[in-house]
Design a protein around this ligand. Structure first.
Ligand SMILES: [Cu+2]
Length: 135
């Protein structure tokens, strides 16, 4: 009984230590993977992620570029925040979203058509930007 009990005690101790090790171990690994998210803003011949942020106050653009230049094949994301309800429309790609005050509206698409495309607000007929997709 003495030896058998000792062996069981050792096995139990090892099991507890391994369990504790497994519980504690995955955390640093998960942290490094979340901090590794980076945005690629360099230009080149490959497809890139292009993210543009806009802010609208009273139907006018108060933050954001008026001319967006991307290359065919790019992944384009446009985030728009408005203080008033607005209907936001990107022509050509025909992306339309209803903006609610204070909430970010997002359109996301692959720039697979070349040319110039206007984005406007339907209510105030205000131009937000012109998207230029270069071959
Ligand atoms: Cu329109």
């Amino acid at each position: 009984m003495g030896i058998k009990f000792k062996v069981l005690a050792v096995i139990a101790t090892v099991a507890v230590l391994v369990g504790a090790f497994m519980l504690l171990r995955p955390q640093p690994a998960a942290q490094t993977s979340t901090t590794k998210v980076t945005s690629d803003q360099s230009t080149g011949n490959q497809a890139h992620k292009q993210v543009f942020d806009f802010e609208l106050t009273d139907g006018k653009v108060t933050k954001g570029q008026t001319s967006l230049k991307v290359t065919k094949g790019d992944q384009v994301t446009v985030n728009v925040v408005s203080d008033k309800p607005q209907e936001f429309h990107l022509h050509g790609y025909d992306k339309e979203i209803e903006l609610e005050p204070g909430k970010t509206g997002t359109i996301s698409f692959t720039a697979d058509k070349t040319g110039q495309f206007e984005a406007e607000l339907h209510g105030s007929k205000q131009q937000v930007f012109v998207l230029e997709v270069q071959p």
